[in-house]
Write a protein of this length. Sequence first.
Length: 384
Amino acid sequence: MFSYLRDLLYQSYVEFGYLPLFIEIALTFIIIAITSTISAYLVIITKRYRGYVKEKRLAHISPIVEAMITEQVLLNEDLEKNVPVENIEFDSNAISKPMYKRAWVRQILIDILIQYRKNFGGEVGFLLRKLYLDMNLQKDSFAKLKSFKWERKIKALSELTQLDIPISDATILPLTNSKNPSLRVAARNAYIQLSKNEPFKFFDIATEPLLPWDQLDMFRIITSTKEIAIPSFSRWVSYSNNKSVISFCLKLIAHYDQQTAIPAVMDLLSNRDHYFRADAINCLGKLSAEEAEGRLVKMYSNQPLNCQIEILKALGRIASGRHLDFLRHEFIYSTNFDARMNAARSIIKHNTEKSRTIVEELIKTVTSENQLILKHCNNPLIKY
């Protein structure tokens, strides 16, 4: 049978060579199309079958796992007796059943434990973590970290972070600089939440950029993580070669009001990158750095529009009152609408007798368009 098929294929190949060229090309495309279609259908059928099997397994195992967790954790009698969590022992027969040695069952168990831990805090949350450790489920999570698939690594990082399991720097730090953006973000966020002493150490080795959306997500995690060790971010402002890291550190300096960082931030005012200068000016304004006012006013005329607008905003945030005349001048004579708008806002933000007098004088003497700007900026219902 095998030799017959071999001879048939060989004969077909020989006869194919005698066909006209256009027929050979057409037949080749037909064979490719048929093969691709069959392959696509096989992939779809395989994925649907796997999904069906997964749903059936989940429907069968989930109630058993949830009942075990409820019995061992939620209804644990030792919790009512105020026994310390670390001293509570689980029923060895209940947690060492043969079914819990299967990889797919253990994955379902991990997922359900994480879901429960999101809903329960305090001692119950710690006991859920203890169950995870006592069943040696962390072994499964760490095994995923060694996978070649970035999706499995991200899932592992999520599991270990949710259950507060430490990861060694040697394992996680290289991932914070991964070429894969999703894995890079997941590793950085996990490092911030899991590292107790130096949660921002990955800034030292970061060569890949912190994208705007990544910065937003990281900022949320940093500001919401309890007992996080906040360093002086000026060290990265001064020494980092990664522009996105410096830009992000400027935001954190402003958020945590790190006054000691003002000299390092002021050093950026001479940077060639005007976007950098704009970020530094914005930070100085939010820090209310009065020592920077004179330099900001002096450099104003030589700056591009984005830096000029940030300088006008900064003068309003600092509001020392020493440069009200400068703001008044820019409001009257600037040809740019945004510049005039921000000059007006900054004058009003001073909220002093002199600033109010300047506003009253301007309303009487400036053009109708500038009068509208002043009235708009004076409206207390409008927040800037």
